[in-house]
Design a protein around this ligand. Structure first.
Ligand SMILES: Cc1cc2nc3c(=O)[nH]c(=O)nc-3n(C[C@H](O)[C@H](O)[C@H](O)COP(=O)(O)O)c2cc1C
Length: 388
């Protein structure tokens, strides 16, 4: 059997602090520091603790040249070799770990970006509970602890030296922009009209035309820009309350402007799954449709191979999609939200997405705004909430 090191790996040195009573009672600080190593291994979509001997062995192994497992064991010892193979950080040729590693290599990720992406995915995180603990621990002293925020603007010239620009005459576009207020109060029990749902999806995610750019290369023209015109980000949907569409999980086909059913859900299952997707932010769960931008990494990295900016471009694409969805919803008198505090792993599991091929970068959604505000929204212009 031959082995080699996985293709993409980052080792992070850290420390574990423990209380040492003996040290404390004999005049020491009572704190014992132990050096630790964590392996960030995107092909496993996980982070894995390793010993310092394992870390040293990983540093010495080639990710390219296969060597005999017996040579590996002879050089690094049975324990280290078994540990690293068991953790799939060293892969045996033909094993599952090897298949995952090859898949990641073939995706052409920039290594640092792959580490960043896979290290920032969550499963089952309840942001409400974390926030609650944070507030309780600080006993209302949050602002005292944080200190003043950096100023809202970095001023580079004295006010007298600024070249003042004229504001445009107010247009319908200004009204649209002012009315774009992130919604945390949805009329959860009303159904969203199907035509509105379809219109928002089409304007943000629909392809207006497919262009045969070159043999074997089709690119889409959409209402939003995308790096290389590739539009690697597609909409996966959790429909909660839309007229004529059963609650459930769907994929939006941007060329056919059609929903592809994935899983049907009972209404309470849909709400529970939505809550999980958005890290338990209860005020978002009432949204009628959740639109999850999922990036197909290879579609972008096919062109931008091992490129320092490619992952950033994916994130920027999502920003354009989200803002367009916000504005399309606002124009129809609907309301939208976006959150980055999302449980990516739960989303991948629910939609059956292979994280080595595609993954969610945010959760957005839209629907009918409630008549009354119980959760805070940021509307200092009173464009939506006239009563202050
Ligand atoms: C990247 C990003 C992440 C956000 N995450 C959250 C979130 O986790 N929860 C939430 O309620 N709002 C979230 N928001 C919405 C912001 O809180 C909101 O845009 C901000 O308060 C300004 O309000 P406005 O959008 O109404 O102008 C997010 C916005 C962006 C762009």
């Amino acid at each position: 059997m031959r082995v080699r090191r996985c293709g993409v790996l980052m080792l992070e040195p850290g420390e574990r602090i423990e209380f040492d009573l003996l040290d404390f009672t004999t005049g020491g600080s009572g704190l014992r520091s132990t050096a630790t190593w964590t392996a960030f291994a995107p092909h496993l979509a996980d982070t894995i603790p390793v010993s310092s001997a394992e870390a040293a062995a990983l540093g010495a192994l080639s990710p390219t040249v296969w060597i005999d497992e017996s040579t590996f064991v002879k050089t690094h010892g049975t324990e280290v070799a078994a540990g690293l193979v068991g953790k799939s950080l060293v892969v045996e040729e033909g094993s599952d770990g090897d298949a995952r590693d090859r898949k990641l290599r073939e995706a052409e990720w920039r290594p640092a970006a792959a580490v960043m992406h896979f290290a920032s995915r969550w499963r089952g995180v309840d942001t409400e509970a974390i926030q609650q603990r944070f507030v309780e621990e600080l006993e209302g002293e949050l602002l005292d602890r944080l200190g003043p925020a950096p100023p809202p603007v970095r001023e580079r010239a004295d006010a007298s030296a600024r070249i003042r620009l004229e504001k445009p005459a107010r247009s319908p576009f200004d009204a649209l922009l002012d009315g774009r207020v992130t919604c945390r109060n949805f009329a959860a029990d009303r159904a969203m009209p199907l035509a509105d749902f379809a219109a928002v999806l089409y304007r943000a995610y629909g392809a207006r035309i497919v262009d045969d750019y070159a043999p074997g290369v089709q690119i889409l023209k959409k209402g939003v820009p995308s790096a290389g015109g590739l539009h690697p980000t597609e909409a996966y949907l959790l429909v909660r309350n839309v007229e004529g569409i059963a609650p459930g999980l769907y994929h939006y086909h941007p060329v056919d402007h059609a929903l592809e059913p994935i899983t049907r859900l009972a209404p309470d299952e849909a709400s529970a799954l939505a809550r999980r997707f958005v890290g338990a932010q209860a005020y978002l769960v009432g949204a009628h449709a959740f639109v999850i931008p999922v990036s197909r990494f290879r579609r972008n990295f096919w062109k931008y191979r091992n490129h320092a900016k490619a992952y950033r471009a994916l994130i920027l694409d999502v920003g354009h999609l989200s803002q367009t969805m916000y504005l399309a919803a606002t124009e129809l008198g609907l309301a939208a939200f976006i959150t980055a505090a999302v449980n990516e792993v739960d989303i991948e599991d629910a939609f059956g997405l292979d994280p080595l091929e595609e993954g969610p970068l945010a959760v957005t959604g839209f629907g009918i705004r409630a008549a009354e505000r119980t959760e805070v929204e940021f509307d200092p212009l009173h464009a939506v909430w006239k009563d202050g």
